[in-house]
Design a protein around this ligand. Sequence first.
Ligand code: HEM
Length: 423
Amino acid sequence: MDFGGKESVFICDVDDIEKVYKMEETNPYRTPLAIVKTYCERRGEPKGLGVVNGNEWGELRRPAQYNMLRPLTVQRYFPLMSEVSEDFIKVLSAKSAIPDIRKELTKFAVENTAYLSFSRRIGCLESDDNEFLDNFSAFFEELMKSFFDPPFYKIMKTKQYRRFEEAADYMYGYVNKEVKRAHEELLKAQESGTFDPDSDPHLLHQLLSDKRITSPEKAKAIIIDLFNAGGETTASTVSFLLHHLASNKEAQEKLYQEICRELPPDGALNEASLKRMSYAKACLKESFRCVFPIPLGSERRLEEDIVLKDYLIPKATSLSLCLNTNLTKDPNIFPDPDLYIPDRWMRGSQQKVKNSFAMLPFGFGARSCLGQRFAEQEMHILMIKIIQHFMVSLPDPGKQYEIIWKPFPDTTEPISLKLTPRR
Ligand code: HEM
């Protein structure tokens, strides 16, 4: 397909997608987020992972990955994530009906990311009126619109661009202050010998103390990425997950039974019990399959030519890897694709998945999602705590929600849920 001089080849066959991913390169190329790139260049702000490629990307990604993708590092954040989830449960408990669950979940996701990044709560959960949240929402909304609109902002500051810029100025300014604060704290702790890198659950301290992060500006770029990439993806995913559990009472009951069986007598979730909860993990996976979170799939440009289905595709061509519901709802890959069946992901299931490359919600390889372990831990904790406390149902069980792609999945009307306390 030719988009005004920029050719892109859409790869829809799962075996071909696997071939492209397996041509793993040291620094896999993905087209930069153009509006963010323009902003960073105009304002002299540091460019993050969503914008850079090549060695520049590798230099940022390696330390970020070391501090975010190792199971041990992510476990460090378990208590913080649990605290935010507990507070979120309190907010939900005060309301019997939730008219727009996604809106609530965006607050949760932003609060969570801020707490992990800054080791400080920013107060999104309690109020609809939060400056950080408002700016995050405007920033993200304009970023998403920029995927569909012609990039006139590159030649002049359009109305859309000015709204983006205003929100971005706030976000970069806020993160800048937090980086400065964390840097000063870290230097003091290092001088007094009280900094313990193995137990400090403060991502900014971890990043700033990593010798590969050669300037605080780099840490700032990484933190901004976490908000860009982690906020709406998480909110969207959990809103569909809760909708699936509300519409599938048997699955919800089976999950509740697993929670009752695996949680310790005090009912507090810990890492060991979460590890054992395979049905909970299957519920999330199946929800990903039913409503795939990244409908535009992924993109790569290879350093070498590749032959797919006897076609020679020259190196550097944009390859759009169509990981989406065309694959996850293909009956040849997933039997009974329209049914929500978490059991298909359980060990020993008869419903064998034919090619695991058909279901890669976090991408694959060196450039896959940096926040995968964070996101999974955060969503598992939240789902378990919600189902532990409430029976989740639909106020209007017959209602069908139409899904739209903006480009992340959303519904034409907000998803409304009824939460009935279990005791
Ligand atoms: C449901 C939740 C999420 C989904 C489905 C998701 C999915 C993805 C996907 C598909 C990619 C592109 C991978 C590729 O090109 O192969 C990506 C990139 C990324 N994600 Fe996530 N993500 C989620 C949550 C998060 C969270 C919570 C964070 C941060 C805390 C995060 C941070 C990032 C970053 C920084 C990148 C860019 C990585 C790079 O270019 O090196 N994501 N994500």
